[in-house]
Design a protein around this ligand. Structure first.
Ligand SMILES: Cc1cc2nc3c(=O)[nH]c(=O)nc-3n(C[C@H](O)[C@H](O)[C@H](O)COP(=O)(O)O)c2cc1C
Length: 379
């Protein structure tokens, strides 16, 4: 029996809850159309700013791999390796707003049943900058975009009033959300940086400013490794590097912890989850923590640039999952949203063993107990 994969998020109808995140997979109309051909329910465009940027004179993205045979973690292509993460220092779109607008219109006309979210970014230091947010908002919604995602999360912007520097400032988060909401006729999602102590603080500011949903995580601030042979950073320009953003498998558990801070603080609000998703089993974590949609970047980049196999796996995984749990009366992903949110509690609330069986805690996997120890391995 074909299961119903559709869902509703911020009042929008999705054919499935899987989206491409704002990044290279959504940097052009050709990519986005290919993504919709492949079955993605929605896309968030590469972040559009009023002024196109010039990127660094080196690869904008690299992939970090871990060896199954040695302790190596490197951007070099090594045998018997698995993906550890992606690292990037790419800026906003290098295309102008005028380049984007007719293309957004064409994409929506070609795929009226798919969700197109425009990711936008401007500065926030003064009224003129806030008007730039409004100009981007009005232009993208006029072109037919279904929603806007305000990028308050890019980790490598030097300007103090842009990207993650805004996302770290609850005052600015509220001001930007409010400025966009003043002119928005479509839902507004705020993509917040994971680089703060408690992301719920900035989420509160976004919701106070009127945001309809919060998206997390963007990439985590990270450096490339130093090559032990050349003693240079594995990515550099003339020997220099800046911090960039880490995505992919390595950030899945980190991003889930951030998402928990969000969904526990605001169980009645809507969240779009990102970070390390390559398969339905990964996405399921975000749904069970309280997300209504999820977004994918790194896994899609490595799968023919827009993830045709990834989306096939996600859709099939969801279908199998719903079939397996049909006896519970679940008919769609909506039935599992938030089911494990309240199982994350303070450490002190986790049950301890009773006195007589206590042996210093159960032995961790791979932990060598001292010789002659009477500690039993965990079952
Ligand atoms: C090369 C690259 C470029 C990105 N550009 C943007 C961007 O323009 N806007 C944005 O909000 N996020 C951007 N991101 C972040 C992704 O949307 C996503 O939040 C992050 O990669 C985590 O997801 P993943 O683990 O599936 O890669 C970019 C990520 C990468 C790797």
């Amino acid at each position: 029996m074909a299961m119903n994969l559709s869902t509703e998020f911020t009042g929008l109808n999705f054919v499935n809850p899987f989206m491409l995140a704002s990044a290279p997979p959504t940097e052009s109309d050709t990519n986005i159309l290919r993504a919709f051909d492949a079955g993605w329910g929605g896309v968030v465009t590469k972040t559009i700013a009023l002024h196109p940027v010039v990127n660094v004179d080196a690869a904008k993205t690299k992939f970090i791999r871990a060896s199954s045979e040695t302790p190596q973690i490197t951007m070099k292509k090594i045998p018997n390796s698995v993906l550890h993460s992606s690292w990037n220092w790419e800026l906003t779109s290098d295309k102008t707003l005028d380049w984007w607008l007719p293309r957004l219109e064409r994409i929506k006309k070609a795929y009226p049943d798919r969700i197109v979210v425009a990711s936008i970014m401007a500065g926030s230091g003064n009224d003129k900058e806030l008007r730039n947010w409004q100009e981007l908002t009005k232009a993208c919604q006029s072109a037919g975009c279904d929603a806007l995602e305000i990028n308050l999360s890019c980790p490598h912007m030097d300007r103090k009033d842009m990207g993650a520097n805004v996302g770290r400032d609850q005052g600015l988060v509220s001001v930007v959300a409010q400025a966009v909401k003043e002119v928005a006729t479509v839902p507004v999602w705020a993509k917040l940086t994971p680089g703060t102590t408690d992301i719920a603080v900035e989420a509160r500011a976004a919701f106070n400013g009127g945001a309809d949903a919060v998206t997390s995580s963007n990439t985590f601030t990270a450096l490339p490794m130093i090559d032990p042979e050349t003693l240079e950073f594995e990515v550099n320009v003339d020997g220099f590097v800046s911090t960039g953003g880490l995505g992919g498998p390595a950030i899945l558990p980190l991003s889930l912890a951030k998402m928990t801070q969000l969904t526990q603080a605001f169980p009645d609000k809507e969240f779009s989850g990102i970070g390390g998703i390559a398969a339905f089993e990964h996405a399921l974590n975000y749904f069970m923590l309280g997300c209504g949609t999820v977004q994918v970047c790194t896994a899609a980049m490595l799968d023919k640039a827009v993830g045709p196999n990834v989306i096939k796996g996600l859709n099939e995984g969801l279908e199998r999952f719903l079939e397996r749990h049909a006896d519970k009366g679940w008919t769609g992903i909506g039935d599992v949203i938030g089911l494990r949110r309240d199982n994350i509690v303070a450490h002190s609330q986790i049950r301890r063993p009773s006195g007589k069986e206590y042996g210093g805690g159960r032995i961790a996997e791979g932990y060598a107990a001292p010789e002659g120890s009477r500690m039993e391995p965990s079952p």
